[in-house]
Design a protein around this ligand. Structure first.
Ligand code: URA
Length: 270
């Protein structure tokens, strides 16, 4: 049998791109084979015996190995709970080390728009353009979102926009359930601090995560839900994610119905 010729660099790069690898994660490549020869870490010294202390969420420390998901979730809850303002929340998230996505993303994508807005839109996770700019919904789907909200007289100075996950998953892969649960306390606190009258969840992942439903977007879109911010109950409406509408433009008709329902509620009509 004649051996296959070795792939060219161009073919290898095309293969990586196809597989979703579209960015370098570090300046220097890592020799994983050499890592296998590294000596195992020294065993930890046994901790001194102490009187039991009140249970607090374990802090997730910079530079330590990734914490177990329950530890990261508890730490995110504790951090989010203590953030008194949006700026404090952003700073806590910048220094939070419990979500592995932070290490592959370029930067935190916290929010865009007006924190005083009466309406808040929440998507799933930043993509490549958002990761570069540090702002949510600035790529193709963001352009469509701007048109959608513009059609009911809103823009980024009258609306607030964020994502459930604030770091871009590598290659735009779907965030894992653990990653979503780790990030959930942060977006919940962000909603509480913005305190909008109306919350719009964009697409299935955001809807299912924030509104605790397992129903799909075809069933949930256009239906009003109650959302408890922790301080009060507000109205929440799921609608299609703009990226979905770019792929399936025939659903724009239903999205328009949802937008008109939002406009009516914002005007105090029902
Ligand atoms: N898709 C999202 O869900 N959020 C963004 O910010 C961009 C694309």
């Amino acid at each position: 049998m004649i051996p296959e010729p070795a792939p060219t660099v161009r073919e290898l790069l095309a293969f990586y791109l196809e597989a979703g690898v579209d960015c370098a994660l570090a300046e220097e490549s890592i020799d994983r084979l050499a890592e296998a020869d590294a000596p195992p870490p020294a065993p930890r010294a046994a901790p001194p015996v102490e009187a039991p202390r009140p249970v607090a969420a374990p802090a997730v420390i910079r530079g330590e190995v990734a914490p177990a998901p329950e530890v990261a979730i508890a730490s995110a809850r504790e951090a989010a709970r203590t953030a008194p303002t949006l700026e404090a929340l952003r700073e806590l998230m910048q220094s939070f080390e419990g979500c592995a996505l932070k290490h592959t993303a370029t930067r935190l994508v916290f929010a865009d728009g007006n924190p005083q807005a009466r309406i808040m839109f929440v998507g799933e996770a930043p993509g490549r353009d958002e990761d570069i700019e540090g702002l949510p919904f600035v790529g193709r789907s963001g352009k469509l979102l701007d048109l959608m909200i513009g059609a009911i007289g809103l823009n980024r100075s009258t609306a607030y926009i964020a994502n459930v996950i604030p770091w871009r998953p590598p290659g735009n892969r779907t965030p894992t359930p653990q990653e979503t649960q780790i990030c959930l306390p942060f977006i919940q606190r962000q909603i509480e601090l913005v305190n909008p009258d109306v919350l719009v969840t964009l697409g299935n992942p955001s809807t299912q995560t924030l509104l605790s439903t397992r129903e799909g977007i075809m069933r949930t879109r256009g239906r009003w839900f109650d959302y408890n911010t922790g301080a009060r109950t507000i109205r929440a409406l799921p609608t299609f994610h703009p990226a979905y509408l770019l792929r399936s433009p025939s659903y724009k008709r239903l999205a328009w119905q949802d937008l008109r329902a939002i406009a009516r509620v914002m005007a105090g009509a029902n």
